[in-house]
Ligand binder design. Sequence first.
Ligand code: GUN
Ligand code: ZN
Length: 667
Amino acid sequence: MGDFEVLERDGLARIARLSTPHGRIETPALLPVVHPDPARQPVAPSEFRDRLGLRALITSAYITWRTPPLRTEAERRGIHGLVRFDGPVMTDSGAFQQHAYGSVEVSPSEILEFQQRIGSDIATVLDVFTEPEAPHDVAASALRETRERARSARTARTGLLAVPVQGGTFPDLRSESARSASELGDVLAVGGVVPLLEQYRFVELARVLAAVRPHLTAGSAVHLFGTGHPMTFAFAALFGVDLIDSSAYHKFARRGSLLFPEGTVAIDDLREEICHCYLCREEPLREVARRPPEERERRIAHHNLLVSAEEMARVRQAIREGTLWELAERRATAHPALRAGLAEVYRHSEAFLPTEPESRRAFRAVVAESLGRPAAVRFARRLAEFVADESRREPIPRVGLTPEFLGRLPLADRSGSPIRWSTDTPFGPVPLELTEVYPVGPFLGPAEFERPLGRRSPSELSRELEERSELDVDLEHDWSDEWTRLQVEALLGFQYGREVARRLVPAVRGERSRRTGRLRRLTAEEGPAFVVGDDGVPRPTYRGGLRLLPCLPGRRGRVVVGDDAVPFVRAGRSLFARFVVEADASLVPDSSALLVDRNDELLGVGRLVLAPHEMRQLHRGVAVRVTSHPGASEPPEPLGPEGAGPEAPGADGDVRPPERSFIPSRR
Ligand code: GUN
Ligand code: ZN
């Protein structure tokens, strides 16, 4: 199979590298659809490579094959010589022409052999395009035919092979198709969706992708045929689409339409100069509008491609930041149909949960549906387990929900009976001990910025709570040790279960930041055992790992390291996917895990880059980054006096920050 490596990720989306004979493709990537005849290309490939940074393209092997002069030229000079591009070239097989014209006159083996002969970097199987209206039996038999063709193609093809996923709008067929494509393809190309995209049927597109995505192997790149409009890029990336092709840049240009991530604008309607990109500085769009038709089409196409390339870069930036959900939600406001499609996405959290990271640096609500993101679904499930047999007071309103007040609430009533508080949050009532945990702690919605919420003084707040609770409330006193103990137990309990927490709690002491009052570290006799980030997640140090290990039964919380990698992990080097023997399936990306050898000896503690199932499927790249190992130097004194609190750089105990953390501190 192909050479595919995941570098960074946000949920299902990946920053990855696909190696081809003509260079690497960094994903998610936009592949412009170019006509094999250079005379019919509105923007020359060398130009979009040099000026827009687009380093790969897709062209039609079928059109090349059925046009004699192009065929001869391609056979003589190769496809790269024909289209005049020396970067990665993917070729399509003609299935789209079957959709457009009803049939193609080439055989599956002939067009595959042709792609091999002309030196395509990624050849595509000639699939049977299944229309969304096809009944189940038609879609099923088309699928069987596509699968047979893919099997023969795999045997015949030596280079990279794109295997289409069909199945119409039937989830069972789509899943089946995704599974069989995964056994054969270096690129798994979701097809048959052009009508859905053209008719803005994004709800059905979301259903198709939700049925397909969990069954695609993480070891291959995912392509989506036909998503040309930049407003859909973030939506596609959310489902882990790595390669997007665009013919829209040219198709829309023919009818004078300008593409933007916010929607489409007719060039003839422009009354203002809304763009100042380098093309518009050369020649403003309103002047482009008055050019002769051919020149006008060429310029608009170039502009559309520029805007598309820019949006793709924004998608990659969002993946690196962990803000792809926010970008997709903002883009969905471009059109109500896309908004409906996004609303459908939240109904398929099962497709997202296995790769949903433990936490992100922030949770910014963009639309009402934001509260249904997979992160919120996971939190609700864990919470339901955590509070299963508990009774709590009526939740207190989310006023002054800054950590410095929490520990000052009374934990017993006048008769000495314990009181457990919870608070109203956008995610429902949450135990007060857990309000620093992701996604509650880092949550930002409009309410966070409305006065006077959160702006009350401690004495105002004390009075208000006294009235509501009939308790003595004095929020001006200092931290109570009882509260700190309660919070330590809750954070560990939420992460590892109450039983594990009860065993760990007597051994550790919670330490707070002097500046913010937040719980920052759980320290044991021998030194820091857990560090609590801004996400409220307690992350073990190597020493904490030694304490945790006997509390977690079986392989829980563990990644088992193959013998060859043991000395490297012990020395703090990253664990590569191919050396993973086994990983606890309940771990997710960015989870902290105990790295053990086959005899369950602790080698180090690390953060997952890949989900456990992806470690099996990927043959290259880092699976876990080591954050703490026995060789790490002694930690500096915890909680130094002046501002040298645990937030100070390098003061995180013996935990080395991972090269990429979802939780940088809010400095
Ligand atoms: N281009 C647009 N849709 C498709 C499809 O379903 N299959 C192939 N091979 N190419 C396409
Ligand atoms: Zn412009």
